[in-house]
Design a protein around this ligand. Structure first.
Ligand code: ZN
Length: 154
C-alpha cells in the first residue's frame, strides 16, 4: 500500500509543481467563474469554453495549497476536450470518491466500491479524505467548474 501512496503523492506533487492548463482564456467567448475556500485560503478561477456540447478548453488561475492546486490541474486534464455529459459524469465520480470516504470516516462502514480505473490519475486524491478538512481543498475546483457549467446551462 505504501508504494501506491508514494505514487499518489508523486502525482499530486507533479501536478502542483507543473500545473496543467494554467492561465486564462479571453472572456467572452470563454466563461469565468471564481471559487474560494475560506478554511484554507484557496482561490481558484476557472475559465471554460463550451460550444457544441463540448468543453473545448479550460484554464485555471489562482493560488492555494498543494491539494487545491493539484486537484485543479488534475481536473483540467481530465475534462478538457470532453463532451459536457462526460464532464458531468467525471465530476459525479470524483465527488462520490470524496463523499464515500467522508461517510466511511463518520460511520465506520464499508465504502461503496468506486472504480478507480475510470478515474485515472484522479484516484491519487483519494488519500486526501483521510484528512476531512482537506476535502474542501480537493473539491474546490470541481465545485467551481460545476457552478460555471450551471451558469452556462451546460
Ligand atoms: Zn487548501
Amino acid at each position: 500500500m505504501s508504494n501506491l501512496e508514494d505514487l499518489y503523492r508523486e502525482i499530486i506533487l507533479d501536478h502542483y509543481r507543473s500545473p496543467r492548463n494554467r492561465g486564462e482564456l479571453p472572456t467572452p467567448p470563454a466563461h469565468q467563474v471564481e471559487g474560494f475556500n475560506p478554511l484554507c485560503g484557496d482561490e481558484i478561477t476557472v475559465y471554460i469554453d463550451v460550444s457544441d456540447g463540448v468543453l473545448q478548453d479550460i484554464k485555471i488561475a489562482g493560488h492555494g495549497c498543494s491539494i487545491s492546486q493539484s486537484s485543479a490541474s488534475l481536473m483540467s486534464a481530465a475534462v478538457k476536450g470532453k463532451p459536457v455529459s462526460d464532464v458531468h459524469a467525471t465530476i459525479d465520480s470524483f465527488k462520490r470518491l470524496m463523499t464515500v470516504h467522508e461517510s466511511q470516516l463518520d460511520d465506520q462502514v464499508e465504502p461503496e466500491p468506486v472504480d478507480l480505473r475510470k478515474l485515472g490519475e484522479l484516484a491519487a486524491l483519494q488519500g486526501v479524505v483521510k484528512f476531512p478538512v482537506r476535502i474542501k481543498c480537493a473539491t474546490l475546483a470541481w465545485n467551481t467548474l460545476t457552478q460555471g457549467l450551471s451558469e452556462l446551462n451546460a
